[in-house]
Design a protein around this ligand. Structure first.
Ligand code: ATR
Length: 279
C-alpha cells in the first residue's frame, strides 16, 4: 500500500497568558475562507523561555508564528532579519521562515490599526489632530504606520511623561509629534483619540481632559472586549458618538500576517462579524 503523508504548514501564537487568544480562530477562519491548508496552535511560553521555544518550533518544521504579550521584544531579538516597520517599532508580532532558513520578524499591528480606522471605519487620518494615550510597546508598534497617513499632529499623552517625550523624539523624522503627561496635555479638541494604554486591565481610565473630546471626536480603543471598554464608556459619557474597540485591529494585524505567510489577502469583515457575535 502506498501512503502519502502530506505535511501541513504549521503556525502558532506564542504568549503568556495565551488560552484566551483569538488568533487560532481568526487564522483558521482565514484558511477556510481562502482554501488554504494549515494548522495553527496556541503555545504558552514561560518567562525567559521564548528563544528556546521559538527555536524548537522552527527546528521542528514550523512555518510561521505570531507573538503576543509579553514576548514581542524577545521576538525582535530572535529574528535573523527584520522588516523596516518592525525595526522602527522595536517589536515583532509576526515571524516567518524564509526559503534560506532564516527567520524574518515583522510587525503588523500598526497596519492592522490603520486599515481598521481608514478602511472599515472610514475615519480619515490625513490632516487630522490625533491624540494617542500611552507610550508602551503597543503605542510604539503603531506610530510609524499612523504617521505615514500624514496626520497634522500626533500628541502622545502618558502617565510617565518621559516615555511620551522619548517616543516623540524617536519618531520625529516621520511626522509632527508632541509628548505630554495628562497634566500638560493641552485642553483642546482632537479629531481622533486612540487609547493604547493597558489601564483597562485594572479597570482604570486614563485621565484625559474633558476638553479633548467634542461630539465630532472619534474614539478608538486598541483593547477589545465583548462589552464596550471602560475607556469607550467614558468617551460616550463625554458626548462621543463614533467609537470602536480593537477587534478590527486584532483581525487586521492577523490578516497582514496571513498575507505575508500565504501570499493571499483574506477578507476581514466576516471574521470581525464572527468575533463580534454574542457568545
Ligand atoms: P503594552 O505592551 O500593552 O503597551 P506596556 O509597554 O507595559 O504595555 O505599556 C502600558 C502603557 O499603559 C504605558 O503607557 C502605561 O503608562 P506608564 O508608561 O506611565 O506606565 C499605561 N498605563 C498602564 N496603566 C495605566 C493607568 N492606570 N493609567 C494610565 N496609563 C496606564
Amino acid at each position: 500500500m502506498n501512503t502519502t503523508i502530506t505535511k501541513v504548514d504549521s503556525y502558532c501564537v506564542f504568549g503568556n497568558p495565551i488560552e484566551h487568544s483569538k488568533s487560532p480562530d481568526i487564522h483558521r477562519a482565514f484558511a477556510s475562507q481562502t482554501a488554504q491548508s494549515l494548522e495553527y496552535t496556541r503555545k504558552l511560553v514561560e518567562p525567559d523561555d521564548f528563544t528556546i521555544q521559538a527555536t524548537r518550533f522552527f527546528e521542528d518544521g514550523g512555518t510561521g508564528a505570531n507573538v503576543t504579550v509579553p514576548f514581542k521584544q524577545d521576538a525582535f531579538d530572535f529574528a535573523d532579519r527584520l522588516t523596516d516597520r518592525a525595526r522602527i517599532a522595536g517589536a515583532v508580532n509576526t515571524l516567518a521562515k524564509l526559503e534560506d532558513g532564516q527567520i524574518i520578524g515583522d510587525n503588523t499591528d500598526g497596519i492592522g490599526l490603520v486599515r481598521d480606522i481608514t478602511q472599515r471605519l472610514k475615519w480619515a487620518i490625513e490632516g487630522k489632530r490625533i491624540l494617542i494615550l500611552g507610550a508602551g510597546g503597543a503605542v510604539r508598534g503603531v506610530l510609524l504606520p499612523l504617521l505615514q497617513e500624514k496626520p497634522e499632529l500626533v500628541a502622545i499623552a502618558n502617565r510617565t511623561k518621559s516615555k511620551a517625550e522619548e517616543l516623540s523624539v524617536i519618531f520625529s523624522e516621520y511626522g509632527n509629534l508632541q509628548g505630554y503627561s495628562y497634566n500638560t496635555l493641552p485642553n483642546e479638541p482632537f479629531d481622533i483619540i486612540i487609547n493604547g494604554t493597558s489601564a483597562g486591565f485594572s479597570g482604570d481610565v486614563p485621565p484625559v481632559h474633558f476638553g479633548c473630546f467634542t461630539s465630532e471626536t472619534v474614539v478608538y480603543d486598541m483593547m477589545y472586549s465583548d462589552e464596550p471598554t471602560e475607556f469607550l464608556r467614558f468617551a460616550i459619557d463625554m458626548g462621543v458618538t463614533q467609537w470602536s474597540d480593537g477587534v478590527g485591529m486584532l483581525v487586521g494585524q492577523a490578516a497582514e500576517s496571513f498575507r505575508l505567510w500565504r501570499g493571499v489577502e483574506p477578507k476581514t469583515q466576516p471574521v470581525i462579524d464572527q468575533l463580534s457575535e454574542p457568545a
